[in-house]
Structure formats: C-alpha cells, structure tokens
Design a protein around this ligand. Structure first.
Ligand code: FAD
Length: 513
C-alpha cells in the first residue's frame, strides 16, 4: 500500500498532467477500455505481461504462416467501428472486415453437412433439408432470438449491474424471455429434430458455456449473426489488435509489453497505482484490470480484505471449459474446406458432461476447424493452408498433465481430421504448435486454465458476475471475459463500454497527489 496523502484537484491541459489511467492487460477488453478512457481525457498506459498485445488474440508467426491464436469470428462490427469513431477515424481505413459465408459448416459424425447461412431463405432451405416440419418452429425461434437480442444486448449489454435493484428491474423481462431455460432447452421448445437442435444451440461453446447450462439469453447470437453477419479481418484478427494499439498511441497513450503487474497499489482503500514484477511502481489515478478477475482479486490485492470476492468465493465459482488448440500449416491447399467447420462427434450432451461436469478427457471429441486461408490466402505461403483446430476440454481441475497428454491428443485429432475433411493430413504438415489448458494458466494467468473466465451460467451473470466497478477497491475497474457481460469479442468490447457510465470524466476526477 502507498502512504496516505491528501486528494487534490488538478485540471491541466498538459498531456503529462492529465489524470493517469493504468490498464492491466492488452486483451480486446483492455485495449477497448484504453481507447475509451483516452477519448475521455485520460493519459493511458497499457501494461502487458507478454511480448505483444492481444491476449487470447495474440498472433503467432512461424515458417511463413500467420496464426491468430484465438478469436477469428467477428460478429458485431459496429462495436469496433464505434472505437474508431471515438478517435475521429474510420475502421474501414485500417481494417477490412470480410463477410464469411457460410458462417459455419457443421459436419455431423455420419458425414451429413449443414451450412449456417446469413440469407433467411437459404437458411430455411437448409432447415427443410434436414426436417421440413421444423421450418415453422425455426421462424418462431428467430423471432424469439431477435426479442432476446433487443433486451439482452441492446438494453442490458452495457448496463453496469452494480446494484441489486438493476437486476430486480430486469427480472420480469428475463422471466418473459425464459432466461431461466438453458440454450438447449430453449431451442428444443421450438425444434424437434435432434440434429437441428445441435445446429441452433452450439453457440455458447464459442464463449465457454455448456449449451445445457448456459442461460438462453445467449440465443441472441442467432439474431446478431443474421443481422450483421460473420466477418473475418483480412490479415487476421491481429489487424484489429494493431489497429486498436494505433488508436491508443494516436491519443497519446502507450502500450508497454513485458510488463507484468504483480500488485495493485492502494491508498486508504483507493487504487493508486501498480507494482510490476520487476519492482517498478507506476502511480495512477485509476486502474483498470483486464486480467482474469479471479487472478485480480486472488493475487493482485494482497493487502486488502475482500468483502465479496473472497478466496472462498473465487474457489467455489464455476469456471468455463478450457481448450486444446493445434495450429498447423499444410504444404497444400484443401480448397473444399470452409473457413469455419464444426466437426461433431457421435455424442453431444454426453461429451459436454465429460468436459464440464465429469472433467475427463473423452475418447471422442467435437472440433472446430479454422481455415483462414479460405478467405485470406496471404496468411500462408503460396499454395499452402493455415489452420487451427480447437477441441473443448475440461479446465485444470481435471488433473490432466498436458505435458504428457498433449502430443497423444494431438495425434488423435490429426487422425480424426485425416479420416474426415483433411485426407492424408500427416504427410502434408509443414509447421505446428500447440496451446493447452496449462498455457491458459501459465501464459495468460487464467485461473484453472479456463479459456473464457467464469462459466456463463445464470447464477454467474449480470449482477452475480464480477462488477465492472470493483466492489473491493475504489477507482479500480474490471473489463474482459470474466466480468459483465462475459466472454467473446462483443462481450469484452461491451464490458469496456460500461466504463463510460461508471468512470468519472478525467476533467472531473479528484486527483490523488
Ligand atoms: C482459441 C479461442 C478462440 C476464440 N474464438 C473466438 C471467436 O472466434 N470470436 C469471439 O468473439 N470470441 C472468441 N473467443 C473468445 C475471445 O477471444 C475472448 O473472450 C476475448 O478475446 C478475451 O478478451 P479479454 O479482454 O478478456 O482479454 P484476454 O484476451 O484474456 O487478455 C488479457 C491480457 O491480460 C494480460 N495479463 C493478465 N494478467 C496480467 C498481469 N498481471 N499483468 C500484465 N498483463 C496481464 C494477459 O497476458 C493477456 O494479454 C475465443 C477464445 C479462444 C481462447
């Protein structure tokens, strides 16, 4: 803790005298928060533990291939456009967001394929191909998805949910929209065909939730995708990261890499700066943490007695699944493979139980295969393809030793891909790297190696999730996947948007001398 000293009021137009905001972490939530604070008059410093920004959206470059480590599906472009607008710039001048079609190709274990499409008529035809009797139910489901979007995204996405009364106010709408149901149960109330139920309910997996447990509020994604499409940033998601860093620098802010924060410093219960692992101290007028909230509260505030986010509560929380990701490049192109393919295994509910409840590594798996070179060949050398394949796996409570299991697991995935959509894969691989749950823990400091922070169940959503304004320390704010509203690019960009409501303008801030 810092020595107590008086608060003074300071208003100055010199850049170095502007109130200083320190942002811990350069994930999309942290970068978006930095842009918003910069636009509101703060001098911003973003501190990143790794050697480059992006967090889960880190970019690996090897052997002529470019691999986005994480997010690639961009579904709410307007949230990025807004950040560029705040800086008087246009997103389209810096990054091209290319619509992707099909949004996803879903391949069932028997080889049948379903293309998720943006065009309503084409989508109806896909539904009719599988189960003509479900077309009417599908129409009603899409209407329901729109209604949920209007409340869940437009009205509640950037509400701070700091008080119980905010929660009470929305309770009737949530009951009306059946938010108490799981995504799967909600879909099943409209659709009879089991395969179509999978097609319309898998989305929570993209943000770390079990479709059988995640609140049906997440059914809004179907409408979000229909209305704005699914996009890919040409050059890779890293272009969006670079673009945001250039916005921050254009505002006079800065990004420091290799700068792990080991402690948030406080003075009389008010955040007053940070200490880096190197020992260096940086004073700040406000601190925003984009680190995992369980890590922020559990590790970065050693001198504080926590009222809400106690060690016991952190320990008892439910964490999202983790991921096993294999990035690889092939010497040839697999032109028949879509940009986004979901390869389903023989089981759905049983596999999800293994991952989320039993926390065991099953013999079967469902995979998401990303082939960015389908849209942007520049991400691989001429005539080659870049891929990543992602397998949802239990977080580290499983006890799995990934230093031993990773390679055998990768080989099983390679066999599965070779037997299905990438024939003779073993012969074609020219570069390869892995990301395991242990990397989420050790590299990204995610508690239990969870890939998406706290699991998005109703009892850990909105008011129940770590608030964007810390309940423990004044002038400490939280953004990112583990906070409200949750994981995924739209979620973490919205968490930064909440700051506009709860952080005072730089000009009106009482400064700590
Ligand atoms: C493989 C994968 C694929 C995904 N695909 C999609 C997708 O297609 N579309 C989508 O919308 N979402 C996707 N997601 C989810 C989405 O990527 C994440 O929810 C989102 O990027 C998380 O952003 P964040 O703001 O929480 O920060 P994070 O990305 O978690 O970054 C936090 C940063 O903080 C840094 N940090 C942590 N502690 C400290 C410290 N003490 N000091 C300094 N720095 C620190 C970390 O190094 C990291 O850089 C995917 C996630 C994964 C893992």
């Amino acid at each position: 803790m810092l020595d107590p000293s008086p608060l003074v009021s300071a208003r100055s137009s010199r850049p170095e005298d502007r109130p200083h905001a320190v942002v811990i972490g350069s994930g999309f939530g942290g970068l978006a928060a930095a842009v918003r604070l910069g636009a509101r008059g703060y001098r911003v410093t973003v501190l990143e533990k790794l050697d480059a920004p992006g967090g889960r959206a880190y970019v690996h470059r090897q052997d002529g291939f470019t691999f986005d480590a994480g997010p690639t599906i961009v579904t709410a472009p307007f949230l990025f456009e807004e950040l560029w607008r705040l800086c008087g710039r246009r997103l389209a001048d810096d990054v091209t967001l290319q619509p992707v079609s099909p949004f996803y190709r879903i391949r069932f274990d028997d080889g049948a394929e379903f293309d998720c499409l943006g065009d309503a008529d084409a989508m109806r035809a896909q539904i009719a191909r599988f189960a003509p009797g479900d077309v009417a139910g599908y129409e009603r489901f899409m209407k329901a998805s729109e209604a949920i979007f209007k409340v869940g995204f437009e009205e509640l996405g950037d509400v701070s949910f700091e008080s119980w009364t905010q929660m009470a106010r929305i309770a009737p709408a949530m009951v009306r929209l059946k938010s108490y149901q799981s995504v799967y149960d909600f879909v099943a109330s409209y659709i009879r065909d089991e395969r179509l139920r999978v097609v319309l309910s898998f989305h929570p997996l993209l943000i770390g939730g079990n479709p059988f447990k995640t609140t049906s509020i997440y059914c809004l994604i179907a409408f979000l995708e229909r209305r704005w499409g699914v996009h890919f940033a040409l050059g890779g998601t890293g272009k969006l990261v670079d673009g945001l860093v250039s916005l921050i620098e254009g505002q006079g802010g800065s990004l420091r890499c290799h700068a792990e924060v080991s402690e948030i410093l406080t003075r009389q219960g008010v955040a007053a700066g940070v200490r880096l692992a190197s020992g260096e101290m940086l004073p700040a007028d406000i601190v925003v943490s984009n680190a995992d909230p369980a890590w922020t509260y559990g590790k970065l505030l050693p001198g504080i007695t926590r009222k809400r986010w106690t060690d016991r509560r952190i320990d008892r929380a439910r964490y999202s699944m983790s991921l096993f990701v294999w990035y690889f490049g092939t010497r040839k192109r697999y032109d028949d493979v879509a940009h986004h393919t979901i390869l389903l295994g023989p089981r759905y509910r049983g596999l999800l139980d293994d991952i989320f409840e039993r926390k065991i590594l099953a013999d079967d798996f469902s995979l998401y295969l990303h082939r960015p070179t389908a849209t942007d060949p520049s991400l691989a050398p001429d005539g080659c393809d870049a891929f990543y394949v992602l397998s949802p796996v239990p977080h580290l409570d499983s006890g799995i030793d990934w230093t031993r299991e990773a390679e055998p697991y990768r080989q099983r995935i390679e066999r599965k891909l070779s037997e299905t959509v990438l024939p003779n894969l073993g012969r074609e691989i020219v570069t390869s790297r892995l990301l395991t749950p242990q990397d989420f823990r050790d590299r990204l400091l995610s508690v239990r190696g969870a890939a998406f922070g706290l699991e998005p169940v109703l009892t850990q959503s909105a008011w129940f999730r770590p608030h964007n304004r810390s309940e423990e320390v004044e002038r400490l704010y939280l953004v990112g996947a583990g906070t409200h509203p949750g994981a995924g690019l739209p979620g973490v960009l919205s968490s930064a948007r909440v700051l506009d409501d709860i952080v005072p303008d730089a000009q009106s801030l009482e400064r700590i001398a």
